[in-house]
Ligand binder design. Structure first.
Ligand code: GCU
Length: 628
């Protein structure tokens, strides 16, 4: 019997030291904690020349021992008629938070640079040793954060959370929270200068003020190690505690009530075996309530329990073969004409669209999406692929770039490691094979496995053709040896010939691993009809889907796909007048959610696959026959 691989089966004791120090990422499980929202209208100053951050010698004000009041983060007002202050937040326009700035003001549609955000707020009531934190869901790309003129710190990376402790730093009234957000693109950044998505800037996710007891559960992990034995293990990281602090883990629906003591790192480990677990799966996304209590603190949350593994070319969910009926998705909410997803409602609508396709899987491309969508996927029973924006050709030689990528990876895994819905961590998308790249991605893979032994690792690779056979497509990449699932993007019929080519191409994928097609597709302007050989028509796109699905069904080890893409999305690389007009048109839905013909082609195919997961389904679709 082929060995089941799932990185490190049934890890007994967690190497918490890694969690404590991973790329100095200190995860804060904040989503379910009560908080004061700082969302809403924030005063903003557009600062294309970073005049509020640098002096005319281009020296950063916040590196100065006593920054001048002309620095915007000082949020100063003239103290007398003769004092020169050339900014004024009180008189400034506002922008909504959470949101990108690009879709709030036409003048900011293409804007890349700095915008200063200011929020004034009164301190929440705190007693005794209670502590206060300011938590950001995300801000793209770099955020420098100041409180009452004092720098709290900065964060780089537009798609992962960060927070600052402000205990003892708050005034009772009128605290000034100032955030310099800059979304300029840089060669050594992650992502780098060119992407096929809109570089939305701003404080794009919620900002919350969180009060905790002096000693509190800042992070935890609970996982099912073995679906056959019901072995569960986990840990709680108690901030403010040394060794010997008692932590109580309760999961009432499982009659589970465990106590453990923290070690010197403030980490308490749990290990047990439970019978009668209803395993999480798309068909029954069972969620279990849990609470972690220590001292006066209590953290409530809910988790699904499931295992995901591979065995040879098979993908196994709770030990059963799995076919991923997927679709790719950008974190852009089409209905309101684009812009970053702003709420749980919008995220739910995206997942409902995916479900109406018959999908049980969504590839969240190309960066960690908001926490709403991963938690909703838990509840709705939709499996997820989550990825960091190591996209195309980043600066593989730069250690700074590597540390940036590793931090984003650790922040992504840190935030979502308790989400049953996420089954795959993706390290990269369409990256060119080179020694530097291989080394870079090998380090990331090691980091991902060290941080989480319960999920599969993958990346979207590329194909090429046999030198002497232009109809033999090959996926051969050192990265494929590193990952658990061999995933690749292919655009036969769009960037590579016409759709009829799919009838002739065969595949050589020399790995004893499951094969997943992470992208395929064609552009179509919704409402544009014609014969199926005319580009940009719905008919061409639909025919490409039929032929591609038939081709994929011929691939040995094919366990699923996430076609590119659910809905048309904004991209600065897509300017064809009358057709693209700043949108990538490969959606199965228009940017306002209107279906294109290919939507039903894929839906029919998924209906068949839902019935017979292990059986090629394209024949039914090919002939257009309706399944009973
Ligand atoms: C690439 C890439 C996507 C892009 C797509 C396209 O494969 O991964 O980000 O949008 O192709 O060209 O439409």
């Amino acid at each position: 019997m082929k060995k089941i691989t799932r990185s490190i089966l049934g890890t007994v004791l967690f190497s918490t030291s890694l969690w404590v120090s991973a790329a100095n990422v200190e995860t804060f499980q904040a989503y379910t904690r009560p908080a004061v929202s700082l969302n809403g209208e924030w005063k903003t100053l557009i600062d294309p020349y970073d005049n509020g951050y640098y002096n005319y010698r281009y020296e950063p004000f916040d590196q100065m021992a006593s920054p001048p009041r002309s620095a915007y983060f000082m949020d100063a007002k003239p103290r007398h008629p003769g004092e020169l202050i050339e900014y004024d937040f009180d008189a400034a326009k506002t922008l909504a938070v959470p949101s990108d700035w690009n879709t709030q003001d036409d003048a900011l549609f293409y804007y890349e640079g700095t915008i200063w955000y200011r929020k004034q707020f009164n301190a929440p009531k705190v007693e005794g040793k209670q502590r206060t934190f300011i938590h950001f869901g995300a801000a793209n790309y770099r955020a420098d954060v100041y409180l009452n003129g004092e720098k709290l710190g900065h964060h780089i990376g537009g798609f992962t959370p960060f927070y600052f402790e402000v205990t003892g730093k708050l005034k009772p009234q009128n605290n000034s929270l100032v955030v310099r957000v800059n979304n300029e693109r840089h060669r050594e950044a992650v992502p780098t200068v060119n992407t096929d998505w809109w570089n939305y800037g701003g404080i794009t996710r919620s900002v919350r003020l969180i009060v905790t007891p002096g000693v509190f559960v800042r992070d935890y992990k609970i996982q099912l190690d073995d679906y056959q034995t019901g072995a569960i293990s986990g840990y709680a990281l108690v901030d403010g505690a040394g060794a010997g602090q008692e932590v109580r883990l309760s999961m009432p629906q499982l009659d589970l009530d465990l106590r453990a003591k923290t070690d010197a790192n403030g980490v308490a480990q749990f290990q047990t075996q439970v019978s009668g677990i209803q395993y999480w799966s798309p068909g029954s996304p069972k969620m279990y309530q849990l609470s972690l209590r220590t001292g006066t603190d209590r953290l409530d949350d809910e988790v699904g329990l499931r295992t995901i593994a591979t065995q040879g070319k098979q993908l196994l969910l709770n030990g059963k073969p799995l076919f991923l009926r997927g679709i790719s998705l950008h974190e852009e909410y089409a209905v309101h004409g684009g812009g970053r997803v702003k709420s749980a409602e919008e995220a739910r609508h995206q997942l409902q669209w995916a479900q109406s396709l018959g999908a049980n899987f969504v590839r969240l491309a190309h960066y960690p999406h908001n926490e709403h969508i991963v938690r909703l996927a838990d509840q709705l029973g939709i499996m997820l692929w989550s990825e960091i924006p190591v996209y195309w050709t980043i600066d593989w030689e730069s250690e700074e770039t590597y540390q940036n990528a590793e931090t984003q990876l650790s922040e992504m895994i840190g935030r979502d490691k308790n989400r049953a819905a996420i089954i795959i961590w993706s390290l990269a998308n369409e990256t060119p094979v080179s020694d530097a790249r291989n080394t870079f991605l090998t380090r990331l893979a090691d980091q991902a496995r060290a941080l989480d032994s319960t999920r599969l690792i993958s990346a979207a690779m590329e194909k090429h053709y046999e030198a002497d056979n232009p109809e033999m497509a090959v996926v051969e990449d050192p990265l494929a040896d590193l990952v658990d699932i061999v995933a690749f993007n292919q655009y036969i019929g769009w960037y590579d010939g016409l759709h009829e080519k799919a009838d002739r191409v065969n595949w050589r994928i020399p790995y004893d691993k499951p094969v997943f097609i992470s992208e395929f597709g064609a552009g179509a302007k919704q409402g544009r009809r014609g014969d199926s050989n005319t580009l940009w028509t719905e008919d061409y796109q639909a025919e490409l889907y039929r032929k591609t699905l038939a081709m994929l069904d011929r691939i040995d080890g094919f366990v699923g796909t996430s076609p590119w893409i659910l809905a048309d999305f904004r991209s600065p690389r897509r300017m064809l007048p009358g057709i693209q007009d700043t949108f990538n048109r490969k959606g199965l839905l228009s940017e306002t959610g209107v279906k294109k013909a290919a939507f039903d082609v894929l839906k029919d195919y998924y209906r068949q696959r839902a019935r017979h997961p292990a059986q090629p389904a394209s024949t039914e679709v090919e002939t257009g026959e309706q399944s009973q």
